[in-house]
Design a binder for this molecule. Structure first.
Ligand SMILES: Nc1ncnc2c1ncn2[C@@H]1O[C@H](COP(=O)(O)OP(=O)(O)OP(=O)(O)O)[C@@H](O)[C@H]1O
Length: 356
């Protein structure tokens, strides 16, 4: 049985359609990331599951039970939002005990359970502090402990790391991975617009756009073989380059023509020789060099230093803009000059439709 199931859930705010007939199923113990650009409906989907808003249509099931008409506190879920939302006047212990007290748990059970979840998030020594005496990361750990105290079968996380700085976010990703391993029966739905977070944490990723689900699948599969151009560019920032399919091999993939280059490409779905198609080329799969060295002729129109390397904006002759990532600028022509660009073999062909 699934932990969460949405059947054709729609949410309208006046004339805005925030969610358009979403079907979604999350298994017991599974971590699903809801990924998509701002305004795509991720938070709305999460709020419909939590019961914070009532769908205009469709049904929400938890553990097989129809909870569409139940208020949030009767759904028994753990919820963590971006801005910790701890009670400022309560010590850590009382914050974490809140849900248990609301459920009239006994004093001994509260003591045992709060101690247990504070240990789980590595905050056992902080039980007597007030939220203002904690760092952002520590507050977010307490918010997670508070959500887990009632042993919810489903944990809903709405951008829980977005208020944290980059280094802390890395720590918290490691923390959430550890937590996930310790809670094998808890389903987690994690709303994020950060593809790195989704790839690191999720078993499956659901990509949303304009109130709809675009693609859903195992994280690695979606990344390596994106089923749509939108997912290719959103999950991995792929350049979408026009190619012609020259030949399809049984298991060697396809041979494609990109400008003056002939390349080997991975196929998804059915492709036919002679067909026009789109190649999804991630920035690190482009190599940039002097124009005389061959490849696709282009102009270098932007250079950004990113600490661990450079991001290059290119204008490919006749093919449009593309982005590359290189570790060094040594030996590369200067900004504004002509360059040659080569593309690695093995990039995926992306089915037509759903372009950026
Ligand atoms: N309470 C509301 N009243 C009116 N419109 C709303 C309300 N909440 C959300 N919307 C609209 O619904 C759409 C989906 O919003 P939602 O918050 O679900 O997006 P999101 O994908 O979570 O975005 P973000 O990543 O920016 O949080 C947006 O167009 C938004 O403006």
């Amino acid at each position: 049985m699934s932990a969460v199931r949405l059947e054709q859930v729609s949410v309208h705010f006046g004339r805005t359609v925030a969610l358009a007939g979403l079907d979604l199923e999350v298994a017991v113990g599974e971590t699903l990331a809801l990924l998509g650009p701002s305004g795509s409906g991720k938070s709305t989907a999460l709020k419909a599951i939590a019961g914070f808003l009532r769908p205009s249509g469709g049904r929400v099931f938890l553990g097989g039970e129809d909870v569409t008409d139940l208020p949030p506190h009767r759904r028994g879920l753990g919820v963590v939002v971006q801005s910790y939302a701890l009670f400022p006047h309560m010590r850590v212990f009382d914050n974490v005990a809140f849900g248990l007290r609301a459920r009239r748990a006994g004093r001994k059970e509260i003591e045992r359970r709060v101690t247990e979840v504070l240990e789980l998030v590595g905050m056992a020594g902080f039980r007597d502090r007030y939220p203002r005496e904690l760092s952002g990361g520590q507050q977010q750990r307490i918010a997670i402990a508070r959500a887990l105290a009632i042993r919810p079968p489903v944990l809903l996380l709405d951008e829980p790391l977005s208020a944290l700085d980059a280094a802390l976010r890395e720590d918290m990703i490691a923390e959430l991975l550890r937590l996930r391993a310790e809670l094998p029966d808890t389903a987690i739905i994690h709303v994020t617009h950060d593809q790195g977070e989704a790839l690191a944490l999720a078993d499956r990723i659901a990509v949303m756009r304009d109130a709809k689900l675009v693609d859903i699948g195992p994280a690695r599969e979606l990344y390596q073989r994106p089923p749509s151009a939108f997912t290719a560019s959103f999950l991995g920032s792929a350049n979408l380059l026009p190619v012609r399919v020259l030949d399809i091999g049984a298991d060697t993939g396809a041979q494609v023509r990109l400008g003056s280059l002939t390349l080997r490409a991975e196929t998804t779905g059915t492709m036919l020789a002679g067909q026009e198609a789109t190649l999804g080329v991630r920035p690190h799969r482009l190599t940039v060099h002097a124009e005389a060295a061959g490849g696709l002729p282009a102009r270098l129109v932007g250079v950004q230093w990113r600490g661990n390397g450079f991001r290059l904006d290119l204008e490919l002759d006749g093919l449009g803009p593309a982005r590359a990532e290189v570790s060094t600028m040594d030996g590369l022509p200067a900004l504004g000059e002509r360059v040659g660009v080569t593309v690695a073999d093995g990039c995926p062909l992306v089915p037509a439709g759903g372009a950026r």
